[in-house]
Design a protein around this ligand. Structure first.
Ligand SMILES: Cc1ncc(COP(=O)(O)O)c(C=O)c1O
Length: 353
């Protein structure tokens, strides 16, 4: 199936107000957005409009009952041509649909997702920062729009995409708190989805961690709080002297696309990467023995950031000062070069617009 997309261009482009040297994260939006409606049986009215407010009923079902999911992906400026390169967009499309299925929401067809995305990026291509560390963050999302009070799956939905030019999400190595009291996700729950509720539920524990001087929470398994899972918006890797370990996937953590790219990249660079259970005790013991060299986290927004140290049971464990940065530097450079079209795209991850 192919979708016809109607395009209404803005009469008041804001591009001249945009300073690529001073971007921040998530505060500036490009000129246009993509929208489509699910009417209970099919996707209709695929369109691009000037970016702006949506007109919604106070009874909009997503607000009350939580059928709301999203994705986060990026386009990077090709260093040679300046044109946008989308990084693994079809992986985000697949993950959006895994979230949709779990939340009883309609599937978004691949061509609606990809055609809408490419048309939008083409129109707003000038907004893709050419500056070092800059990129265009892209937010596809879907939410229930029935104006109806009662707990049942909505019949109507909006699927939409908007974009923000962004700089780095974090600018320094992070301190993370191993969470032992609160849980992000339960077995059989929705931890593997990007549903909005996961993020709302994480805010209180994250605020508490920040009040204690940490940047982020490191979530542990909800049953024993002894196994490391992921942070609030990233997956995690630990580098021991001859191997890299990342927690194995399950239904309580998000299958990060950066995580998958980093695993493939590290193997390409000749490192051994193992996906398995990783306990907090192992991190502490091997740090003490001098075997834990690096911890880093990965995500679309955060990219790849090193961990300064972690807090556990009221104690702080410094990692970076005694460790190294060799593996995280190497894989970050490898990935950045591919995303900016500077190195051979060995896995065919980039899609030009
Ligand atoms: C909870 C959580 N874990 C991990 C990630 C990293 O996923 P990705 O690399 O696909 O951005 C994200 C970001 O989407 C996230 O929200």
């Amino acid at each position: 199936m192919s979708f016809e997309i109607t395009i209404e261009k803005t009469q008041n482009s804001r591009i001249n107000q945009f300073d690529p040297q001073n971007i921040g994260f998530g505060k500036i939006f490009t000129d246009h957005m993509f929208l489509a409606n699910w009417n209970g049986s099919e996707w209709t009215n695929a369109r691009i409009e000037p970016y702006g407010p949506l007109n919604l009923s106070p009874a909009t079902s997503a607000i009350h009952y939580g059928q709301s999911i999203f994705e986060g992906m990026k386009a990077f400026a090709d260093k040679k041509t300046g044109k946008p390169l989308l990084f693994r967009p079809r992986e985000n499309w697949k993950r959006l649909n895994r979230s949709a299925e779990r939340m009883v929401m309609p599937v978004v067809p691949e061509d609606l997702f990809m055609d809408g995305l490419k048309a939008l990026i083409q129109l707003d291509a000038e907004w893709v920062p050419q500056t070092e560390g800059g990129s265009l963050y892209i937010r596809p999302f879907m939410f229930a729009t029935d104006d109806f009070i009662g707990v049942k799956p909505s019949e109507n939905y909006i699927f939409a995409i908007f974009c923000c030019p962004v700089g780095p999400y974090y600018t320094k190595a992070l301190k993370i708190k191993v969470e032992e009291e609160f849980s992000r996700a339960a077995p059989g729950g929705v931890g593997f989805t990007k549903c909005a509720g996961n993020y709302g539920a994480a805010m209180y524990p994250t605020m508490r961690a920040q009040q204690e001087g940490y940047d982020q929470v490191l979530w542990t398994d909800p049953l024993t709080h002894t196994l490391v899972e992921e942070t609030g918006t990233t997956n995690l890797f630990a580098v021991f002297h001859n191997e890299v370990i990342t927690p194995k996937l399950g239904n309580t953590l998000l299958a990060g696309i950066t995580r998958d790219s980093v695993i493939q990249g590290l193997r390409e660079l000749g490192h051994s990467v193992i996906e398995r259970e990783l306990s907090v005790d192992e991190l502490k013991e091997r740090l003490e023995e001098g075997e834990l060299k690096e911890i880093f986290i990965t995500g679309t927004a955060a990219t790849l950031i090193r961990i300064q140290g972690f807090g556990h049971a009221g104690e702080y464990f410094e990692v970076l000062d005694q460790g190294s940065t060799a593996i995280s530097d190497g894989i970050k450079q490898w990935l950045d070069a591919i995303r900016h079209g500077e190195a051979e795209d060995v896995f065919s991850w980039n899609e030009s617009v």
